[in-house]
Design a protein around this ligand. Sequence first.
Ligand code: SAH
Length: 245
Amino acid sequence: MHRFFISPDQFNQDNPVVRGPDVQHMVKVLRLKPGDPVEILDGAGRAARAVIHSLGKDEVTCRKIEEFNPGGEPPLKVILVQGLAKGEKMDLTIQKCTELGVSGIIPTICHRSVVRLEGGKSSEKQVRWQRVAMEAAKQCRRPAVPGVSAPQKLGQVLASIPEGAAAYMPWEDEKNRSLREALPPDSPGTVYIFIGPEGGFESHEVEEARQRGVITVSLGPRILRTETAGPVCVALVMHKWGDLG
Ligand code: SAH
């Protein structure tokens, strides 16, 4: 069954409209016709069966038949706080972590982030990253698309960790505690994972995080690249408390 993401506003309509690049795909590639069945998703976890009503140049109108529970969303909310790294690494991390089930990704400006996003660059990047997440969600048949926020400063992110969430910061200089040892038996429900950029975190950033209740952990004796460390941590917590494995 072909699936399409539409805005939550459109999803609420009886005759939801698909716009954007999907239209061309529906008309030219899939050659959908009125009456053909499709599935529509609002990107936040809701899904409905629908049929094509009419196809135009810029939009396709559907008729909603019934909502259904698409499943496929993990019982654990994981937020990846990813130190801003070079372009292709961010794309890779966002793609892989979407497949693994993250709920959100916060690109984070760290002291050693070499990438500088001046002015409009930041929102341009956010749009691009959000599209990477949507493509990955489509491909892996996830009903929800993780939100990718605009880049934020590490301090801002640390100040916004919600009460009750567990927060871990893999740090290669942590010698006393592995991630395995740090994870309690019961799920905290929400987990924040802080990954440094290519050059890692500065010790004052690690200190600031600890003061905010973030637990520093080791991932083992080998130094993983930043684009490896994020997906690995997400996989490990999803395996323990989520639905992976
Ligand atoms: N500063 C390091 C590399 C940083 S790796 C160096 O150049 O030697 C990028 C990020 O991945 C780190 O900030 C950390 O969050 C995570 N990471 C990679 N390997 C790790 C390990 N073995 N233990 C804990 N964290 C690790």
